[in-house]
Design a protein. Sequence first.
Lengths: 136, 133
Amino acid sequence: MMNAERPPRIVVPPPRRGLDMAAGYGWVQSPAIRAGDFLFVSGLVAIDPDSGERLNGTLTSEAHRAFQNLRLVLECAGSSLARLVQIRAMIYDRIEYDALNRVYRQYVPEGPPARTVWSVRIIDAFKVQLDAIALV
Amino acid sequence: MPVSREIVVPQNDRLNVSRNFNLPHSPGIRAGDFVFLSGMLSTDPATGERSPGTMAHETRQTLTNMQHMLESAGSSLERVVKINVLLYDMLEFDNMNAVYRQFFPRDPPARTACGVQLSAGMKIEIECIALVG
């Protein structure tokens, strides 16, 4: 029996064809899920939003692309970079921490979200991955 | 009215890894409409022991246990909104994905996967946030 009070769970569609990772890469994930006032975004890497091509590059170039992709997904769901609550910024090597920060502050200049930086292995040898929760 | 905060435990006591291994975390916390689960490893639901194996085996066992945890909390796999998958080696991503797909046949949750060093020689750890109800 459906409960009328059941909180909604809404799948956010890919903002551009290239960001449909399920169709393009077979990854089993939705671009983002909206649940109540919150938006949970899948990890974003430097993918060309139109062609879906991997844009492996420097940490700086990848961070710009990942943030621009994050902005596309957020805006597609009625949110924005200014509404971010939490980010897990994943980088491939701690030595690039300062390089990440230089790009990072350009996208969240005012009242940046809570953040943890993880040094991890990222798929397909990417150097940055952004994992975000935002308010809608 | 402050939002409620309750500890969530699995109905199957043997899957209460937090308590059985004396670890300083709760299996899950319910906060308002959301339940936040601790990272889960492959655990044998019959014995409560760790159940290491292939990536396929560990993924299947972990997600089966996660389903039990969520149902114990009044949620379900269909209500998961975000999953984080931690792998011991990104070369095994496709092996994880093949089993993962069987648990989320449609409208899968948002997901982030990354490669990290896991404890006890395990190959995969999964944590999630889900809606309750």
